[in-house]
Design a protein around this ligand. Sequence first.
Ligand code: GLN
Length: 535
Amino acid sequence: MKLIFITGWTISGLGKGITSASIARLLESSGKKITMIKMDPYLQVDAGTMSPYEHWEVFVTDDWGETDLDLWNYERFTNISLWKDNNITTWKIYLNVINKERAGEYLWKTVQIIPHITNEIKDNILEVAKDAEITLIEVWGTVWDIEGQPFLEAIRQLKLELGKQNIIYVHVAPLLYLPFSWELKTKPIQFSVKQLMSYWIIPDILVTRTEKTITPEIRKKISLSCDIVEENIIEAKNAKTIYSVPELFRKQNLDKIILNHFWYSWEKANLKNWNDLVNKILYPKKEINIAIIWKYTQFLDTYKSISEALIHSWVANNTKVVVNWVDSEKLNLEKLEELKKSGKMDAILIPWGFWERWVEWKILATEFARVNKIPFLWICLWLQVAVIEFARNVCKLKNANSLEFDKNAEYKVIDFMEEQKNITKKGWTMRLWAYDAKLKKWSLVEKLYWTNKITERHRHRYEVNPEFYDILEKNWLTISWISPINSKLVEFVEIKNHPYFVATQAHPEFKSKLEKAHPLFEGLIKAWLENKKNF
Ligand code: GLN
């Protein structure tokens, strides 16, 4: 069992997740069986109850886990599938320890952070790692966080227990550049490595985030002060695309350094296919403008899976996707007309969301896209919006709405399904299944997926109300189904005589990868390319 721990400096957002995912890609391309863990020492059982304004988006695994977005980073860089156990949080650990204490497993002992919490952390890591040759474990936050202390202590102990040759510590830290004096400053790196050393952890590899090339003098200085050999100081210079980072690392022999440390034989990682795809990002042939109408406008990372899925479909279509972020608060008919006229809205995508704020604008955008035949892909909440718009304007159900937006609406075309009615707790109670869906014969989605049986991940509470299935279908809304036990739920809707009108209740963006663009995203761009002369 070989473990690689990745820690980070004083601020998050430095690229620790991309570093971890890129190392994983390299090792997988060297033929190693890998898996990955994200350790999130924040006090939460899972990421499901976090706000998109504070913690970006929530990723859903095939086994219903609501986890940190980094798990998706890992999946889209590699061929692995991750499960909820691949995300370890403080409360998850504490819950286990408290349950064991109540069950009497620690009878006559004083239950303490060391050894009970640290042992539980180690057990959780080893349980996941047992099926892989190499496991990469990213530690959330910085080496200074109070919450992280038991985690750092646990990973330190593992070196002693498993042996030095089976453990690698990678530390990610920035080389600060002072533009006014043209200087590179190494002190932040030195201090964070010193902080790590206070846990008796000395990094084997330092990934240095930098704007400028590391000079030989600077390399020597870092090496001497941090006790890391010069070859193991990896330069992670700002890249044009995150997908070029594996190659950047390979050029500096990072795969060789790791495999040699673990006493594996080394053969150059084969990144040929990967790099060909990266070249399509760097040198696209065509260009499309997609308007994303977004709600949680604080961080772009709130819609990370969506924007990355668009990059994957950019690669599949060899067409650069220029995203125009349109704040749903500022939307109105004039704005939509203006976007269309100025060529900033070749296609529209509306991602997920909760609650009624600005929803009427999105209903308007749906009508605009439907009537003006602008290709669009509506995700999760926006399938519900698409159905509301269709019910109001095509089926003539006046003021049709969702229970989520209007409790007194006469026609609740979107409603709770039975089991959601009795739910009182918010944590882990949404519909999170990855169920099989049956796609309607001859439908557009069947054509796009090339099959009529698919599985997608979900994260929502409301559903299309079965009382309205008939009237919607009679008015030519094509519905594809998902069939969980005892019910038949709407999974996709589409209309004919439109270049691309697809809405899905699922989150297809979670399954998109660079090497395997998601068919719904790929199809959106293709539809525009094929119909462009008609617009
Ligand atoms: N708010 C909607 C629901 O809970 C949709 C959620 C989403 O877009 N993920 O059903």
